[in-house]
Ligand binder design. Structure first.
Ligand code: DC
Length: 239
């Protein structure tokens, strides 16, 4: 994908963070949203919501025409509340709060199949751009820097070693009161990464001109500070 603008002055005050599962994207994006007063957009939540919609209606996750038909009649809303850590993003599907439902293992298992479908991607990319219409936002996902906002002021590719990513997921699960075997988490993460990286439409990849941060040996706070400082430098040189 070509950059639509070359000059920082013309770039949007947007940070995109892409990377594999468990790389710390969500945690860091929320911290950036709070500190820099940016709207937080969890693009994965939009794919999860359409996956939930398909499952609730007994539609197979690869049945693109049926999912799309239903999606076009549905309303997906993301509401971010940076001040409230436990309710950071409320996701609504047709007015109903589905924030927890989209994190179920059933949705987790099917979301990579739904997110391979080009028509679905096109539909959701339009929605994600609309959600960020004010221009001051931080987006996280798999293609936010390569496809959704290639002209963002700062594009980050966040990654970490698989062992570290599994450990982080384990900790998140413990905090939620769930105990899932590490081997099971590793299989889930590796399977999802391989599907996300090998799909033909918008695969997980390092976006053009992105800053790559491997945070295997960094704390979340150090990762956040690195990105915050980069963003502040770019905003400073832009203005
Ligand atoms: O970030 P997450 O685990 O909630 O994302 C769930 C799935 O959605 C992920 O496996 C791939 C897909 N996804 C995508 O294809 N493109 C995005 N920009 C974000 C997520």
């Amino acid at each position: 994908m070509h950059e639509s603008v070359k000059n920082d002055k013309d770039k949007l005050d947007i940070i995109t963070i892409d990377g594999p599962a468990g790389s710390g994207k969500s945690t860091v994006a929320k911290m950036l949203s709070r500190e820099l007063d940016l709207k937080y957009i969890d693009t994965g939540a939009t794919y999860r919501t359409l996956t939930l919609l398909a499952l609730q209606n007994n539609i197979k996750p690869n049945d693109e025409p049926s999912i799309l038909k239903l999606a076009k009649k549905s309303k997906i809303e993301l509401e971010s509340n940076p001040k409230d850590e436990s309710q950071y993003t409320t996701v609504r599907l047709n007015g109903r709060d589905v924030t927890d439902d989209i994190r179920s293992s059933k949705v987790g298992a099917a979301v990579s199949i739904v997110s391979k479908l080009s028509g679905i991607r096109k539909y959701l990319v339009t929605l994600q751009r609309e959600l960020a219409d004010s221009g001051k936002a931080v987006l996280e996902g798999r293609d936010t820097g390569s496809v959704v906002f290639p002209n963002a002021l700062l594009k980050i590719y966040l990654t970490a070693g698989i062992e570290q990513r599994v450990r982080r997921r384990e900790l998140q699960n413990v905090q939620k009161g769930q105990k899932i075997d590490a081997k099971e988490i590793e299989t889930e993460i590796s399977t999802r990464d391989s599907i996300d990286s090998s799909r033909s439409d918008s695969p997980l990849t390092v976006p053009q001109n992105a800053v790559v941060i491997d945070n295997t040996n960094l704390t979340i706070l150090e990762t956040f500070e690195k990105i915050r400082d980069l963003y502040n430098e770019r905003i400073h040189s832009k203005n």
